[in-house]
Ligand binder design. Structure first.
Ligand SMILES: CC[C@@H](C(=O)O)C(=O)SCCNC(=O)CCNC(=O)[C@H](O)C(C)(C)COP(=O)(O)OP(=O)(O)OC[C@H]1O[C@@H](n2cnc3c(N)ncnc32)[C@H](O)[C@@H]1OP(=O)(O)O
Ligand SMILES: [Co+2]
Length: 134
């Protein structure tokens, strides 16, 4: 069911400093920051030849990454995102198999303008999983 690895997300406290690490120290192409209030994050994407790295900074009091950063003050890998051909069919199959879909269960539009869903980390080996419509 899952296809390509779309991105690996890293939660950070300071997006400008994190972007500089990827741009200058690692020599990568880093996008301009984009605020996504509906997701409670500001994001930049690092483009790699085979996938992307998503750097996330909390946005707003209700950010879903706030507690993660309290537990991991230096930042850390927050989620992996896999592409699926049909996100609603994937969700229905996962729910039938007992996985927990986070939030309302309805896909939201993600950072690439495509529908996304999140799956509970406790159901996937301690890793938060994002699904994105291919
Ligand atoms: C940029 C837009 C979009 C895109 O298009 O790419 C994005 O990526 S948005 C990214 C941010 N959005 C989300 O993460 C939405 C889904 N996330 C959530 O709903 C919450 O973050 C969460 C997964 C429910 C966790 O919320 P939190 O407040 O941290 O809950 P708890 O403190 O109760 O944690 C419960 C339990 O789960 C462990 N946990 C939490 N986060 C992670 C994580 N990222 N990876 C692995 N494990 C995680 C946490 O440690 C708790 O475990 P125990 O202590 O053992 O109970
Ligand atoms: Co993501």
């Amino acid at each position: 069911m899952i296809g390509r690895l779309n991105h690996v997300a890293i939660a950070v406290r300071d997006l400008a400093a994190a972007s500089e690490v990827y741009r200058t120290t690692l020599g990568a192409e880093v996008s301009a920051p984009e605020a996504l209030p509906e997701h409670g994050v500001t994001v930049v994407f690092v483009t790699l030849p085979n996938t992307k790295i998503e750097l996330l900074e909390p946005l707003g009091a209700e950010s879903p990454i706030a507690r993660f950063l309290e537990r991991n003050p230096d930042g850390g890998i927050h989620h992996v995102c896999y592409e699926v051909d049909d996100i609603r069919a994937a969700r229905d199959r996962l729910v039938r198999n007992g996985a927990r879909v986070l939030g309302s269960g309805e896909p939201k539009i993600g950072a690439h303008g495509k529908p996304v869903l999140f799956l509970h980390p406790k159901d996937f080996l301690g890793t938060l999983v994002e699904l994105e419509q291919a």
